[in-house]
Write a protein that binds this ligand. Structure first.
Ligand SMILES: Cc1cc2nc3c(=O)[nH]c(=O)nc-3n(C[C@H](O)[C@H](O)[C@H](O)COP(=O)(O)OP(=O)(O)OC[C@H]3O[C@@H](n4cnc5c(N)ncnc54)[C@H](O)[C@@H]3O)c2cc1C
Length: 465
């Protein structure tokens, strides 16, 4: 450590309450990596603020000394956005975890940024509402991370991405300026909507410290089914039919190709397989409503019609919460890739929905031509045009040909007019490929925004743009 760095850490430690700054060598290993699979990096220090003032003090000092700061939430991000950067400090918001207010008239909840998503969901339920951002990492990820990545998840088809659930934000700019914009109103066109700039900016434009979230009425009925279809053409017919018949009550449409479905059931014997090994593409269809007497009937009528039309070959409607959990279990088993496949290269691409079936076939073919033993698993939020592809080359063991696989898949996605990130963000992992999805003018505008808000480049250096 240079004298200057030691001086800086001394000033930072003195300026913040005792126990806020943990020197890098003493910090727990969990702050040294996120879920991206990148090699751990030990930061100079881990700062654990308890208040917005702590965050502002930290950033003021970092700005003055041009010290890089990596913001962290629950560290479940997959793009490496929260991955520490050598020679920088980490600012983890886990101690800023509190539900501060539930306004039952405005249907809003004000929370601190480090609050886990599951805590937000539970508090909403307790107040008779629902918070409709939902994803498999709900127990570990934090709302500040969800907002900073503009997280998607399972219910986007009905309720939209995290952006749709945020009414106001409090955030701290790179120079320590606190911007309190804790708006609760659905309509507010007074000048630029600053929160939109922060949402999805992956910690590169400011640190989110508080959020006003939009709550929804909690549906009184939820119906879930697992459908099996012969091919992707049939999947598209089911999507069209379900949208037409269920309208806004269609809340999830999750598709799993046999490559994903059979591999995960094969690798995880604890999962209970609802159908035999009949092949085909499986879809989880979920509808939520407010008329328990009629909703289940309407759901079954919709599925019955799809069976009669010959687009669904087999269907199971969950008759209990246990069966609902069983249906979702395989879709939610993605945290077990390490156990089932070993090291993977993961993709979160977006493509026009109608092209996804051909894309999966073509990508599988191209990958197999380069790596004959390749295992490409396909699944995703297909109702939102979002395909997840997970690739493993067994013969490569711990040394997956990551860059070659990235080049191939991102080349194909870019060529098809798709996006290299539908929901996970860019972080470090996808930064080299951003130009495949964004024009020069778009990239230049992003850089101007970054320069204006963080002229010394201290916020999450080297990430996104
Ligand atoms: C099993 C599993 C399932 C998942 N499923 C989904 C899914 O369905 N949909 C989806 O979109 N994602 C999914 N993810 C990815 C991940 O959970 C999301 O990206 C999540 O929103 C990240 O939240 P986090 O708190 O863990 O953020 P982190 O990983 O800690 O950080 C993510 C990014 O946000 C920045 N950041 C964090 N907090 C702040 C803050 N307060 N202010 C400014 N910047 C901040 C970080 O610098 C980083 O760039 C999944 C991950 C796992 C492990």
């Amino acid at each position: 450590m240079t004298d200057t760095t030691a001086d800086f850490l001394g000033r930072l430690t003195a300026a913040l309450p005792p126990g806020t700054v943990i020197p890098g060598p003493e910090a727990q290993d969990r702050y040294c990596h996120d879920w991206s699979g990148l090699a751990p990096v030990r930061p100079l220090a881990v700062v654990l603020p308890r208040s917005t003032e702590d965050v502002a003090t930290c950033l003021r000092l970092c700005h003055a000394s041009e010290m890089g700061v990596v913001p962290q939430g629950g560290l479940t991000g997959i793009a490496g956005g929260a991955q520490p950067v050598a020679g920088c400090i980490v600012l983890n918001l886990e101690r800023m975890s509190a539900v501060e207010e539930v306004d039952t008239v405005m249907a809003t909840m004000t929370v601190q940024a480090g609050t886990p998503l599951a805590t937000v969901q539970a508090a909403a339920e307790e107040a008779g509402f629902a918070f409709m951002v939902d994803l498999g990492a709900r127990g570990s990820c934090a709302i500040g991370g969800n907002i900073s990545t503009n997280a998607g998840g399972n219910r986007v088809i009905r309720y939209g991405m995290a952006r749709e659930h945020v009414l106001g934000l409090e955030f701290v700019l790179a120079d320590g300026t606190v911007v309190r914009s804790l708006n609760k109103m659905l309509k507010n066109n007074a000048g630029y909507d600053l929160k939109q700039m922060l949402i999805g900016s992956e910690g590169t434009l400011g640190i989110i410290t508080r959020a006003v979230l939009r709550l929804q009425a909690k549906p009184t009925s939820v119906s879930t089914a697992l459908c099996r279809c012969a091919d992707f053409e049939a999947v598209l017919s089911v999507l069209k039919g379900a949208r037409k018949r269920l309208g806004p009550s269609l809340t999830a449409f999750e598709v799993m190709w046999p490559s994903f479905y059979d591999t995960m059931y094969g690798g995880l014997p604890q999962l209970r397989r609802p159908f035999g090994n009949g092949g085909g593409i499986h879809i989880i269809v979920e509808a939520s409503g407010f008329d328990p007497g009629r909703d289940a009937e309407r759901f079954e009528e919709c599925l019955g019609a799809l069976v009669e039309e010959g687009v669904v070959d087999d269907v199971i409607v969950a008759a209990s919460e246990r069966e609902t959990r069983d249906i979702w279990a395989v879709r939610e088993s993605v945290s077990e890739y390490g156990r089932v496949l070993g090291r993977i290269v993961a993709f979160d691409i977006g493509l026009p929905t109608t092209m996804i079936g051909d894309f999966v076939d073509a990508a599988t073919r191209e990958l197999a031509a380069r790596w004959p033993d390749v295992r490409p698993l396909a699944y995703g939020h297909i109702g939102d045009s979002n395909l997840h592809l997970v690739v493993n080359v067994p013969s490569a063991g711990d040394h997956q040909p990551e860059h070659e696989i990235d080049d191939l898949v991102y080349g194909m996605a870019g060529g098809a007019g798709g996006t290299i990130s539908a929901e996970h963000g860019i972080g470090l992992v996808k930064k080299p490929y951003l130009g495949r999805s964004r024009s020069e003018a778009e990239l230049a505008t992003m850089r101007r925004l970054k320069q204006a808000l963080d002229p010394r480049g201290i916020l999450n250096p080297g990430k996104v743009v």
